[in-house]
Design a binder for this molecule. Structure first.
Ligand code: TXA
Ligand code: MG
Length: 334
């Protein structure tokens, strides 16, 4: 058994990371989106350890990470043309596809669902670990975000060590993208966006040849749009997620100002694009969606560690480029 320590991006440590997975042990794995809590996807006891460590219900399926698109056929029974087009355009990268699952393959990772989530990450260290692990017989690596269930996702090795002090973590620096992959359900007759990320529906639709629909909940009243596929069970789409200890509230900068004026002395910290002259801790929020995504979880970790009661975040702009950031902030504040 390897002693848990921080692994460096050296050839010896990358090899050790791959061996850790092949031995059925857990590993903190850097990806371009967030760090994953990784295990051999075809090893049921390793997968069970992931669910246990995260405190995640075992019917809440995991994403299986593969070294290359060639691995997809081991897990998926069918790859529609629009899914192939998405893989050709965006893999390796921050895109997860849900595909019909080969019966009997990766049952535990899939949480018993008839489908499987697959992603080929682009982070050079993730690629090297996946390739070396594959050479040792690991065909796919199940990896949820390396945070406790419902908490803020990790974008640095230090975040992972905070959540899992005994875990062996490969240090790949701060994650580039900073929010989790865009998830597209490709298991039905048309692609459906299950989780927004930095790839927008317009970017996805442009390569698919079909328009990627948003997974809008069925309307409360009136007729259901029969052209839209029924909303699938999207077990990860819980309203409350990514929550720090401090309460997160989304509001306009003007509202922050008036609340602070009426109740001075509140233990709050602000993350905002508009600079306010107020005597509370504030961190600047980037005006660009990608830059904002890159630092979002690190800011929530940081402001939470400051011990404030509430974190007030300026409402992000309404356009589609901000969908992924807005989604994470809404869940963090739910
Ligand atoms: O960027 C990412 O996707 C990161 C990195 C580590 O790759 N991983 C990640 O995993 O975000 P996790 O477990 O935190 O989120 C996986 C999401 C969950 O919302 C889960 O419900 C959904 O994927 N999912 C997995 N398998 C599914 C399936 N068969 N059908 C529908 N949703 C699925
Ligand atoms: Mg997660």
């Amino acid at each position: 058994m390897n002693s848990p320590r921080l692994l460096n991006p050296s050839p010896a440590d990358i090899a050790l990371a791959a061996q850790t997975l092949a031995a059925g042990e857990l590993l903190g794995l850097p990806t371009e989106t967030v760090y994953g809590l990784a295990a051999d996807a075809l090893n049921p006891s390793a997968v069970a350890a992931v669910f246990h460590a995260k405190g995640r219900p075992s019917d809440h399926p995991l994403i299986v990470h593969v070294a290359s698109p060639a691995q997809v056929r081991l897990f998926a029974s069918e790859v529609p043309a629009f899914a192939q087009a998405l893989m050709d355009a965006y893999w390796p990268g921050p895109l997860t596809l849900i595909l019909p699952r080969r019966p009997g393959v990766a049952d535990a990772a899939a949480g018993g669902h008839a489908t499987i989530a697959l992603r080929c990450p682009s982070h050079p260290l993730a690629q090297q670990v996946l390739q070396q692990a594959q050479a040792l017989g690991v065909q796919g690596v199940a990896a949820p975000s390396a945070n406790l269930f419902g908490r803020v996702s990790p974008t640095t090795a230090a975040h992972v060590r905070q959540a899992f002090p005994g875990l062996q973590v490969l240090d790949g620096g701060a994650c580039d993208v900073g929010i989790e992959s865009t998830i597209v359900d490709c298991s039905r007759h048309a692609p459906v966006l299950l989780r927004p990320g930095m790839l927008t529906p317009a970017q996805l639709s442009a390569v698919c040849g079909v328009s990627v629909q948003r997974n809008a909940p069925a309307p409360a009243t009136g007729s259901v749009d029969t052209a839209a596929p029924p909303a699938p069970a999207a077990p990860g789409s819980l309203a409350s997620h990514y929550a720090p200890r401090a309460r997160v509230r989304l509001m306009q900068a003007q509202d922050m100002l008036s609340r602070l004026q009426t109740s001075p002395g509140l233990a709050v910290a602000l993350w905002l694009r508009t600079a306010l002259t107020v005597p509370v801790r504030q961190l600047p929020m980037p005006a660009d969606a990608a830059a904002c995504a890159h630092e979002l979880f690190a800011r929530l970790h940081e402001l939470d560690a400051a011990g404030v009661e509430e974190i007030w975040v300026e409402t992000p702009p309404a356009d589609a480029a901000w969908d992924g950031v807005r989604d994470r902030l809404q869940r963090a504040s739910a």
